[in-house]
Write a protein that binds this ligand. Structure first.
Ligand SMILES: [Zn+2]
Length: 1053
């Protein structure tokens, strides 16, 4: 492939688009030609091979000494456990069935020409950036919580009063639980043998097999430019990341004077600036009588909002918030009279739905062009296109703030975490180009001699082009003769737009042999499937199903797959092993001298006598005690030891669990977590109910774009430094993130701290470099660059924040915290930090106003509601029905989630089904996640990326019931149903189509659960109505907001 083939279309926007005639890409296969490592530029941070940590010579910035704790502590918080308790050669158990599959080297997709995105206006910076400090002043001034008790709202007659048997809810759910719950009495007979028979050395298969993959059922169409399956960096053409996230919001009211322009590169005034005096009522739902705090199910609900009425905004008369009436979030701790003391209209407080909708309207119509430093991107929930003009797309990097305080004092004052959520191999929508691949031949990528940063658009060429000054460390470097080019009158290289590394925010370099382990180009990675064939796995039909599926996933059909189900049909084996299985797989990769992925299918707690043997240590009595953290910690150090070996071999482990009871997910997930793998959990797996979900996940997982044997390093310009990391990876030093595997769904979150003063003029720069082996076995470097603004005014910080990213970071921080601290302490820390952030704004940025008013920064007006969702999540506030394994599972999942995923995970989407016209093909507008928004005459879909519910109101029209469920009345609908009948009518087609579309947007298949109003299962569903008080004691949104206000006032007084 030659880059000349990939001449991009003539730019339709005002800046020349790269044409790349200037450099030649040697054929991709040609890596072997690279011989003499005469490279003047060190390999990736020093020697890549073996990842020894050698400090780059002359590195100007000292390794982190003071400041944040080394990331490694974060990674292996339980590392005290005895490492190396079992020798790695201790494979006492027979090897297990092994099927290996290998990927093919193939042509690379990068650099393929892109279709021009039609008629885009020639705008450089179309975006009105971020809301000025539009204060949400009015917001809460609309709250009336003075001592006067509002009259009890009239009973709505809606028919759903308080749930009846709340107390009996626990443990009584049917098998369709959130993450699945366990049935009783399924224990199989006991016997002795081990669960993983026979491991065979993997046979390297011929390279034509990769073409045999079946496209994922729900994966959507592929990119036309994809020439073969499974190539790295390819995006499947599935649904664009369209949906799901939200972030900042459009500017409401008039801007405070002097807050708009901070300099030539500062944020521009918003283009769309809906005048929104004060916080206006939301559009979803009209405004009924003032409602009481709904949490306290004791009283009947007030009149339900009339959906669909869409009445325009009606300004509410300003009211004062009486601080004395503010309850603590734990309503249950209050004296009874206080529970009904205050009345706040939920429509008068910031609504996620409104913010999302406003951003879609304001920013979803034009592409986000990355040429301007420090621009806040549209929310993750807004569907937008990105044009790379020098900064990485928000699909790769999102920041908590795009304007960083110049000093650490300022940063400390504001308490706003400075973090970036990075998804280096993110999938892109078909309209956007995959990063171009640059080949500098034997000399390898051009780098700064001192800090080793890679050539990027921010490097400054000087002395007529003979030298360049590093934008990260200021070191002056010579330009090698073969890279020399003249400068134009502005000091820019005349070939700047011909070279991706000089004009784009994201691109790739072909790596030379110096970037390879043992100075040897890698072999293509291999896949190994390791199947548990113990009693439960056979009994549930899992083994047969899996073997059938693998036959269609692979285009060679090892007869073994036919034999396995028969071979073990009569097994009574119930004891399984775990560590030796992974060990065997890893040894197989080692023998084959390649990186790869193990797919491990496992059913039970590994209690057999072998390394990594576990005992059942689940104990719910530990909840809310100082020992609760032990539930999240691995039982033994054997798993970390194993994970470390896997990382060294580039062996990524994906774990598919099928438990009927406690399997200790906290321990079993250690290896997937540290090797960049994924964990899937199918509690009480039954082929008939769960096969679609499992097979869909498996297909998608097998076809994921993955980078293997990877190392990621984040460099920063002088003044800030990456100090902490979150995600699924391993770190053996404080700077290099080691990933046995990294797929296109996974993120690495990086926190930054100041180590010097920043400069407003020069801003701050990030460069994320990921060295990895592609699925085809090619060694590459993917580079993402991002320039941020720096400010001396706190208002600029608050005006350029992204709340969704903040929440992503704070959730990860808290979820890691539970490993070492009591859950309550973690929650308190979050609340305090949030209060400090908002108090600092109030004190320094808001215009003077009465102390009774809660004033929120425009960009952070959803911080309280979202933070409350994190606080009441299963990990931080477990309900009675959540199992220890599910908490560990969720905790582990969130660690690698991107911003869109955490957004919908913590604040689920609730979509009414019958209000929009039947012929409408677009998704119905979401409504707020609260019970009082539900009408018993309607049906709703609720999804959070993992769970999917269809809630059916008791008064839904009979015709609707018939059309959707093919039964004649509400009472005949099967509660807990997971598949809708396929019926040939518009409503059925529409609802099933919507479900398919929701599933396609998520990285995991969401199993449907039909919930009927007033049915027992409804408790499960209500758990996700996050604006309400939760059964586990979580505060309602209204109560939490009041509590937050109280905290802020205390800080200010
Ligand atoms: Zn440098």
């Amino acid at each position: 492939m030659n880059v000349n083939q990939s001449v991009p279309p003539v730019p339709s926007f005002g800046q020349p688009q790269p044409v790349y005639p200037g450099y030649h890409q040697s054929s991709y296969g040609g890596q072997s030609g690279s011989t003499a490592p005469t490279i003047p530029y060190g390999a990736y941070n020093g020697p890549v091979p073996g990842y020894q940590q050698t400090p780059p010579q002359g590195m100007s910035r000292a390794p982190p000494s003071s400041g944040a704790p080394p990331a490694s502590t974060a990674q292996a918080p339980c590392g005290q456990a005895a490492y190396g308790q079992f020798g790695q050669g201790d494979v006492q158990n027979g090897p297990s069935s092994t099927v290996q599959m290998q990927r093919l080297p193939g042509s690379q997709p990068f650099g393929s020409p892109l279709a021009p995105v039609g008629n885009q206006p020639a705008v450089l910076q179309p975006y009105g950036p971020p809301p000025t400090s539009a204060q949400v002043t009015a917001q809460l001034s609309g709250m009336q919580i003075s001592g006067a008790v509002a009259p009890a709202p009239p009973s709505s007659g809606l028919g759903y009063g308080p749930p009846t048997s709340l107390a009996s809810a626990s443990g009584s759910f049917p098998n369709s639980g959130l993450y699945g719950s366990y049935p009783q009495g399924q224990a199989p007979p006991l016997s002795q043998a081990q669960g993983h028979p026979g491991i065979q050395t993997p046979q390297r298969s011929a390279p034509s097999q990769a073409s045999g993959f079946t496209p994922p059922a729900s994966g959507g169409p592929r990119l036309p430019s994809i020439t073969g399956p499974l190539l790295p960096g390819q995006s499947f053409g599935g649904p664009s990341v369209s949906q799901p996230n939200h972030v900042s919001s459009p500017p409401p009211q008039a801007l405070p004077p002097g807050t708009q322009m901070t300099g030539p590169l500062g944020p521009l005034p918003p283009m769309h600036s809906p005048q929104q005096p004060g916080y206006q009522p939301q559009q979803n739902g009209s405004f009924g009588p003032t409602r009481g705090p709904q949490p306290n199910y004791g009283s009947p609900y007030p009149a339900a909002p009339t959906f669909g009425s869409q009445s325009g905004p009606q300004p509410l008369p300003p009211k004062r918030l009486d601080p004395d009436a503010i309850p603590s979030p734990q309503l249950s701790e209050l004296p009874p009279q206080q529970k009904t003391r205050h009345r706040i209209d939920p429509d008068a407080i910031p609504s996620p739905i409104q913010v999302i909708e406003d951003d879609r309207n304001n920013r979803g119509t034009e592409p986000f062009v990355t040429g301007v430093r420090g621009q806040v991107p549209p929310l993750v929930t807004t569907n937008f296109l990105v044009k790379d003009q020098g900064n990485a797309s928000p699909r790769y990097i999102r920041c908590t703030s795009y304007n960083i305080p110049c000093t650490s004092d300022m940063a400390k004052q504001a308490q706003v975490p400075l973090a970036a959520v990075i998804k280096p191999l993110a999938r892109l929508p078909p309209e956007e180009a995959s990063p171009y691949v640059v080949d500098h031949g034997e000399s390898g990528p051009l780098r700064c001699n001192r800090c080793k940063a890679y050539m990027c658009p921010f490097m400054q060429f000087i002395e007529g082009g003979r030298r360049f000054q590093c934008c990260f460390c200021s070191c002056i470097n010579d330009v090698p003769p073969q890279y020399f080019q003249h400068l134009d009158h502005t000091g820019k290289r005349v070939d700047a737009y011909d070279r991706p590394e000089l004009s784009l925010g994201s691109y790739e370099f072909l790596a030379t042999v110096d970037y390879c382990k043992n100075s040897k180009f890698p072999s293509p990675p291999a896949f190994i499937f390791m199947i548990d064939v113990s009693y439960n796995a056979i009994r549930t039909g899992l083994v047969r199903l899996l073997c059938e599926e693998l036959k269609s996933l692979l285009d060679f059909l090892p007869s073994l797959l036919d034999q396995i189900p028969e071979m073990f049909a009569d097994t009574r084996e119930t004891e399984t092993v775990f560590v030796p299985v992974i060990q065997a797989g890893m040894e197989a990769l080692k023998a084959a001298e390649c990186a790869g992925k193990l797919f491990l299918f496992h059913t039970s707690l590994p209690i057999a006598e072998a390394p990594g043997k576990l005992k059942n240590r689940d104990d719910r009595k530990l909840i809310n005690t100082d020992k609760e953290k032990t539930l999240f910690q691995p039982q033994t150090g054997a798993y970390q030891t194993l994970a470390k070996e896997c990382v060294a071999q580039g062996c990524c482990v994906d774990l598919f669990l099928f438990p009927n009871q406690y399997v200790d997910v906290a321990t079993l997930s250690v290896v997937p977590q540290l090797t960049g793998g994924s964990v899937y959990k199918y509690a009480c797996f039954q082929v008939e109910n769960d096969q679609e979900r499992f097979l869909s996940d498996l297909r998608r997982d097998v076809q994921k774009v993955v980078g293997f044997d990877a190392v990621m390093r984040v460099r920063t310009s002088t003044g800030i430094r990456a100090v902490d990391f979150f995600g699924a990876f391993y770190m053996s030093n404080t700077t290099d993130v080691e990933l046995a595997g990294l797929d296109g769904d996974k993120t690495v979150t990086v926190e930054f701290k100041h180590d010097d003063r920043l400069n407003e003029e020069s801003g701050a720069l990030l460069q994320c470099a990921l060295l990895y082996t592609s699925c085809a076995g090619q060694r590459r470097l993917r580079i993402h660059n991002l320039a941020l603004n720096c400010c001396t005014q706190l208002a600029d910080l608050y005006r350029n924040c992204e709340t969704d990213t903040l929440i992503n970071y704070m959730a990860k921080f808290a979820y890691r915290g539970v490993l070492n601290s009591p859950v309550k302490a973690v929650r308190d820390t979050l609340i305090t930090q949030c209060a400090q952030i908002l108090a600092c704004y109030r004190k320094n940025c808001a215009s003077p106003s009465s102390a009774g008013q809660l004033i929120l920064p425009e960009c952070m007006k959803l911080l309280p509601v979202y933070l409350n969702c994190v606080l009441k999540s299963d990990v931080l506030q477990p309900g009675a029905e959540i199992t220890t394994d599910d908490r560990a599972y969720v905790r582990q999942l969130v660690t690698s989630m991107d911003v869109a995923e955490t957004n919908v995970f913590f604040y689920p989407r609730l979509l009414p089904l019958t209000k929009s016209p039947i012929e409408s093909t677009t998704e119905p507008p979401a409504i707020r996640a609260s019970e009082e928004r539900l009408s018993n005459g309607d049906m709703y879909l609720l999804e959070n990326g993992l769970n999917l519910f269809l809630w059916v109101g008791a008064s839904v029209q009979q015709g609707v019931v018939q059309s959707l469920f093919s039964v004649s009345s509400f009472s005949q609908i099967t509660s807990g149903l997971s598949v809708l009948p396929v019926l040939d009518n518009p409503l059925s087609k529409k609802v099933r189509g919507l479900i398919d579309s929701l599933r396609a947007q998520r990285s995991r298949y969401m199993k449907l659960i039909v919930v009927k109003q007033e049915d027992k299962l409804e408790m499960l569903f209500k758990h996700f109505l996050v604006e309400d008080k939760s059964l586990s004691g979580g505060a309602s949104y209204v109560d939490f907001l009041c509590h937050m206000h109280k905290e802020i006032r205390q800080l200010l007084s």
